[in-house]
Design a protein around this ligand. Structure first.
Ligand code: SF4
Length: 80
C-alpha cells in the first residue's frame, strides 16, 4: 500500500478509540485517594492531565476540574 500524501489536504479521518481504566487506592479504613497523583495520566511535572491536556490544580488532593474519567455514583473523591 502506498504511503499517504497530504499535499492536497486531508480527505477524511479514520477514528481510533479506546476505553481506559484508572484504579485509585483505598486504604484499610476505606479511605480512598482519588487524586491526580494516583493517576498514571498525570504529567511528570504534576501540572497537567495527559488525557485532556488541561492543567490540574491540586493534584495531591483532587482530580482535575476537567477530569475526563467517569465514576460510578459515590466513588468520586469528596475532598475529605
Ligand atoms: S484529571 Fe483525571 S485523568 Fe487527568 S490526571 Fe487527574 S485523575 Fe488522571
Amino acid at each position: 500500500m502506498a504511503k499517504a500524501n497530504f499535499d492536497s489536504g486531508v480527505k477524511s479521518f479514520i477514528t481510533g478509540e479506546c476505553t481506559i481504566t484508572v484504579r485509585f487506592p483505598v486504604d484499610w479504613k476505606d479511605r480512598a485517594d482519588v487524586s491526580c497523583i494516583q493517576c498514571p495520566y498525570l504529567s511528570s511535572n504534576e501540572r497537567m492531565c495527559q488525557l485532556n491536556k488541561q492543567p490540574v490544580q491540586y493534584p495531591k488532593q483532587y482530580i482535575g476540574w476537567d477530569c475526563p474519567l467517569e465514576f460510578k455514583e459515590g466513588e468520586e473523591n469528596d475532598g475529605e
